[in-house]
Design a protein around this ligand. Structure first.
Ligand SMILES: Nc1ncnc2c1ncn2[C@@H]1O[C@H](COP(=O)(O)OP(=O)(O)OP(=O)(O)O)[C@@H](O)[C@H]1O
Ligand SMILES: [Mg+2]
Length: 484
């Protein structure tokens, strides 16, 4: 008999009167490899925090039977020493404040992997990781033989590592056997079947309604005919018998029509497949810029402490283009952005440039404001407009009153991006903007970037995203910036 690691019983979690999760019974067993999927804000991290006891359910019970390791989505690495062998090239001696995003993720992972646990609960571990980092993660988890519960938006990682999918939708957890691709195939099949059943339902409903209509029409005709013949029969009383028989026929038809209408009511309604309402990122006015190359570097060198990150690098960023900056963890991508914002020596930046920066590690809000208040204090737009902007980004109803501190990873990123896009800029620097975003939000972001009138530099490890939006690419390698 397989050992049970965790058990959830009659769980309910509510925030601001909204039901986030409702679970009758769910268990994690000894050899399970579970991937949790679902849109931003559906409750994936909440479910993990429930298992670990970081949060208590509004109702219900959680039983824990094992020791577990936990990789938390929005947490910075702690000061504990990690096994240096697990860190690969990363120097553990580096002070944590100076670690790049990817280095921090690696450190956090190394800390979790440095002990053996019977169960690992891991929330979006690929954040900031380059390809090498992802390979390290896969190697660690592929041969791990405890129970694994993994949240990720990365399909390839899920496909490699899990054999069961827990899909969270509308507060419910739906369990699917198989990896991510198999789950998607099952979902596709469900959609096709539902569409067919819906069409069948409409057809049958239509047929019955028509039949009822016909019966009613015939009944009406008979009624008309009989009222005519009544008039006539006043003149000729000997035709009474015929009118009576017409009256009964008419009643029978009306009864039949009623019966059919009743059948229509009783028909088991099959709803059409619900299409997702798209997310839209709004854009404030872009300030004009005329320089052919608003950012130029001439023999630029960048250091971080004693480390030389870029040496004698020259480049030009053309006006209005969307340029990807790529490179391994720790290669200096974010530092390059900071140098551009600071207009460091070696850089020529158009005097009319207004640069907006989306920072890589900015996903944790610390203020006590609500979602709406945050936008009110950071922009000059009136409330009605802000509400409509938030609405188009799926912040609806009580979401506007949520404290920004309590937002999910993806929600926090969406709000930060929205805040930036409402500012008056003509150059945007986006440092890994797709972290934590679900596929709907990524598609919205792609649309925005493509239609943006100004110039955008963005850092990303997501090949698909780069292919979809970049007009050009610069790759940092061995202290050089190579145009691809
Ligand atoms: N303390 C709280 N008060 C109010 N709402 C909260 C609180 N904590 C979480 N929420 C809300 O609960 C929902 C679920 O959050 P959770 O972090 O579990 O989402 P998620 O599925 O992990 O999303 P993501 O993919 O963005 O990481 C979100 O809408 C979040 O804003
Ligand atoms: Mg989460």
């Amino acid at each position: 008999m397989e050992q049970i690691c965790f058990e959830l019983e009659n769980i309910e979690i509510n925030y601001l009167d909204k039901e986030i999760l409702k679970i009758d019974r769910l268990a994690v067993h000894q050899f399970d490899r579970i991937g949790i999927v679902g849109k931003n804000g559906v409750g994936k991290s909440t479910l993990l925090k429930l298992l670990t006891g970081h949060i208590q359910p509004t109702q219900g019970k959680v039983n824990r039977h094992v020791e577990y390791g936990y990789f938390e989505q929005l947490e910075a690495p702690n000061g504990n020493e990690a096994d240096p062998r697990l860190l690969g090239k990363l120097q553990v001696s580096k002070k944590q404040d100076f670690l790049s995003g990817g280095e921090q993720t690696r450190l956090k992972l190394a800390q979790v992997f440095s002990h053996y646990y019977e169960c690992l609960l891991i929330d979006e571990p690929t954040t900031h990781l380059d390809q090498e980092g992802i390979s390290y993660l896969l190697d660690e988890l592929r041969y791990y033989y405890g129970a694994l519960v993994l949240i990720s938006h990365d399909r390839a990682v899920l496909d490699e590592l899990v054999t069961t999918i827990w899909e969270i939708h509308d507060g419910k957890v739906n369990v699917y056997a198989g990896n991510y691709s198999e789950y998607i195939a099952q979902k596709q099949l469900e959609r096709t079947q539902q569409t067919q059943a819906h069409e069948q339902f409409l057809k049958e409903k239509n047929r019955l309604e028509k039949a009822a209509e016909e019966k009613k029409k015939t009944a009406e005709k008979i009624a008309k005919a009989s009222s005519m013949s009544k008039k006539e029969s006043k003149a000729k009383p000997n035709r009474m018998f015929e009118t009576k028989s017409k009256g009964t026929g008419q009643k029978a038809l009306q009864r039949a029509a009623k019966a059919i209408e009743h059948r229509v009511e009783k028909l088991h309604t099959v709803e059409a497949v619900q299409e997702e309402r798209p997310i839209i990122f709004h854009q404030a006015s872009t300030l004009e810029l005329h320089n052919k190359f608003p950012i130029m570097a001439d023999r630029l060198s960048i250091c971080a402490g004693d480390n030389v990150l870029l040496e004698d690098v020259s480049f030009q960023i053309p006006l209005g283009k969307k340029i990807a900056i790529t490179g391994n963890n720790g290669s200096g991508k974010s530092t390059l952005f900071q140098t551009i914002v600071d207009k460091g020596p070696g850089l020529t930046i158009s005097p009319k440039a207004k640069i907006g920066l989306f920072q890589q590690m900015s996903y944790q809000f610390t203020s006590d404001e609500t979602v709406l208040q945050l936008l009110q204090t950071s922009s000059t737009y009136e409330d009605g407009f802000l509400r409509s902007v938030l609405h188009s980004m799926r912040f609806v109803g009580t979401d506007l009153q949520k404290k920004v501190q309590s937002l999910s990873g993806g929600e926090a990123i969406r709000l930060q991006i929205c805040q930036l896009f409402l500012g008056e800029y003509n150059i945007l620097l986006l440092d890994e903007p797709t972290n934590f975003l679900d596929i709907h939000a990524i598609q919205a972001l792609e649309k925005f970037i493509k239609s943006y009138k100004g110039t955008i530099l963005f850092i990303s490890h997501d090949k698909q995203f780069i292919a979809n939006v970049a007009d050009g690419q610069f790759h940092i390698s061995d202290k050089k910036l190579i145009q691809k």
